[in-house]
Design a protein around this ligand. Structure first.
Ligand SMILES: *Cc1c(COP(=O)(O)O)cnc(C)c1O
Length: 397
């Protein structure tokens, strides 16, 4: 799966550029930095890769979500429609932005269902936080149409799907803003880090100010810069940016390997009529970081998960039981256990403690994902396919 499999001399070279000058800060110090601007360089690479006109690197995928919220003016008293199947960070980003999450069901894309979004809209809904889960896309055409019809801001949490596309256009570039994560488990990594992209110059300027204490970054004297708005510190360091630069140059290779391996495994599993695959609105655009499939029912999915573990097949996720990715086990959220008072505690739009998601449960109970590794050899993929065939024959006999 992630770029962490490919950390090597390219990353070391970029880091050394930074260490040799000692300038770990992304701004200023023009005379000392040997002309190395790694955060800027990463942003240029990201723009080239995503074809987004504007990009900003930041400290994490979580802060990237919060930056999108702030830049788009989503905050107190605003409701944001979110999926119950995501990494909890999406929800944290909404809280950090001061807004209230409203959960709506997913469908077999593993992303928000267009009809569920429409049902969750209230007069307070300001934005839809669409998560392109497990490496691939939601039903974008329908969701964009709903956002237009109801005048909602679309933000794409693309933390898990950098490099995936829909009808040839990169995920993250459909909404008003898109966010990415560069944490250790993502498609490319900087150790920690994130980024936002947008087509809208004002959103970029807002993000740029907000993520650095409101600085307008005009001129080259930091102390003399103006602070048109309040902000915070969600900056990336040059060390993280250096790794990110090396990693984004590997992304075409990463996607190519993932797609090649996934195609082979999927073809071999397709002959089991009991297995169905995650719905991909545009299969060509899948980043192929996971192979996600459904078993006929929960019992068979649990039996399969157990059999895969016994066969020592790695990278298997039975998300329904997962502590961090599905609302069922988010006890801290369900109990609103916050260290301080957050807006969502007052007049919460949903009773997070008791709300149920039978439609999402029905999908999650049958779902298994398998991580696709980049560094597998063809022989390893073949051996894995054989092991999988043995496991499934056993499960279905
Ligand atoms: C990983 C992830 C994030 C947060 O990224 P961090 O860089 O770990 O803060 C946000 N949303 C989703 C969907 C993620 O998978």
């Amino acid at each position: 799966m992630p770029g962490s499999e490919l950390i090597g001399q390219e990353e070391r070279k970029e880091i050394n550029d930074v260490l040799e000058s000692g300038i770990l800060f992304r701004y200023n110090h023009e005379d000392l930095r040997n002309n190395h601007w790694k955060a800027r360089e990463f942003e240029e690479e990201l723009k080239k890769f995503t074809k987004a006109p504007y990009a900003l690197m930041c400290s994490s995928g979580t802060t990237a979500v919060a930056i999108c919220m702030a830049a788009c003016g989503v905050g107190l008293d605003d409701e944001v429609i979110v999926p119950p199947f995501t990494y909890i960070a999406t929800i944290e980003g909404v809280f950090l932005g001061g807004a209230k999450p409203v959960f709506a069901d997913i469908d077999e894309t593993l992303c928000l269902s267009p009809t569920a979004i429409e049902k969750a809209i209230t007069p307070k809904t300001k934005a839809v936080m669409l998560v392109h889960m497990c490496g691939a896309m939601a039903k974008l055409d329908e969701i964009i149409a709903i956002c237009q019809k109801h005048n909602l801001i679309l933000i794409e949490d693309t933390a898990q799907a950098l490099g995936a596309s829909y009808k040839g256009k990169m995920l993250g570039t459909f909404g008003k803003m898109g966010s990415y994560s560069l944490d250790f488990f993502k498609i490319i990594t900087a150790g920690e880090g994130g980024a936002v992209v947008t087509n809208d110059e004002q959103m970029y300027l807002n993000a740029d100010m907000f993520h650095d204490h409101g600085h307008d970054h005009i001129g080259n004297n930091r102390g003399a810069e103006k602070h048109p708005v309040l902000g915070t510190n969600y900056r990336a360091s040059e060390l993280h940016a250096a790794i990110a630069v090396a990693q984004i140059r590997k992304i075409d290779h990463i996607l190519q390997q993932q797609r090649k391996h996934k195609k082979k495994i999927k073809e071999r599993l397709a002959k089991f009529s009991q297995i169905t695959f995650r719905h991909l609105p545009d299969p060509e655009g899948d980043s192929a970081t996971f192979l996600s499939f459904f078993l006929p029912d929960e019992a068979t999915a649990r039996k399969t998960t157990k059999a895969l573990a016994e066969a020592k097949i790695g990278g298997i996720q039975y998300w329904y039981d997962n502590n961090f990715h599905y609302i069922r086990n988010w006890e801290h959220l369900r109990g609103m256990k916050s260290l301080f008072k957050i807006p969502a505690m007052e007049q919460a739009p949903q009773d997070y403690a008791t709300i149920q998601f039978p439609a999402s449960d029905a999908i999650m109970q049958r779902l298994i994902s398998m991580v696709i590794r980049i560094t597998w050899t063809d022989e390893e993929v073949e051996a894995l396919c054989q092991k999988l065939e043995t496991v499934f024959k056993g499960v279905f006999e």
